[in-house]
Design a binder for this molecule. Sequence first.
Ligand code: SAH
Length: 352
Amino acid sequence: MEKTFPQCGKHAARGDWLPLLRATGADLAALYARADAVRREHCGNAVPIRAIVEFSNVCANDCLYCGIRASNPVPTRYRMPPDDVVSAARQIAAQGTAGTIVLQGGETPGDGDEIAALLRRIKAEVPGLAITLSVGNRPRDVYARWKDAGMDRYLLRFETSDAALFARLHPACTLAERLQCLRDLRDLGVQTGGGFMIGLPGETVETLADNVLLCREYDFDMIGIGPYVPNPDTPLGDQPNAYAGDPDMFFRAIAVLRLANPDAHIPATTAFDAVFPDGRDLALQRGANVFMPNATPGPLRKNYQLYPGKPCIDEDAADCSRCVQARLRALGRPVAQGPSHSLKRPSTGSIT
Ligand code: SAH
């Protein structure tokens, strides 16, 4: 009998996803095949490449799981000078594989004008390169200024849909505040990316289903999810991933996410490689459609270790660009040309 799945992209309840998040054997193979087919049908075979530049690890926040949290003395703190960020952007454009630069970093309140100036420079000096920014919760007027300066997209994971768990992990922020940021971004017409970590200590498979449902409710343009990896230099370091004994869960999550969000850009995130050999390649075959190679200058990478086992720490941007091309060739997936903006129609207003 043919396996049935909840109708793609339509609202489904927690109970509709739970059996898929528990699938094993032939059912699991069927889930992966279905997610891959939905990805192909809605996003095509070409893979948009977004090159990440981790432009600062200076952070005022103390998220309990994160390697660049303010209280961690291990990383040497850096802020890339604007000239270096612009030259990284030039290099990305010259390599010709990535149509987007993703600027990700720690959170330092008060840097709104500096970042706006940086966005303007990249837009002026490297025309045609789309810009995604990812620097945490900010007031709506700061997001608006960045949009005016050329920001195309913003990534802000909600990390978990469990408000109590969120509060335990983030000393300075609530889930409600983070969700407000995501609504502000969407209202401003910024292509908005949410997402979560898979397997935070204390979560259950029900939490995971709710995380997928929250992504569906917000109808994000992009959704980044990746396994939680305990970092021994953080207060959560001795608490294992909730699915440590069942790594298939990381891939069930990405497959179910694709079924629930057929038109979203879903990257095969770096953390998949940290927990599973060739994890990013497998993610691309089980629902993901985007690849995000690291384009941070080589010498800085060891100071942006959000978690241990992060790949490519000893490489540089040219290595990672070559590597992604080889990986995609091996999978028979061409590189998408151009910026690969959102596949959804422009936002029409607030989420109620
Ligand atoms: N300051 C920005 C960027 C943070 S790093 C922000 O908060 O949005 C980007 C993502 O890395 C985070 O959203 C989180 O989901 C992930 N991350 C951080 N520490 C991690 C860990 N120990 N394991 C797995 N992912 C982690």
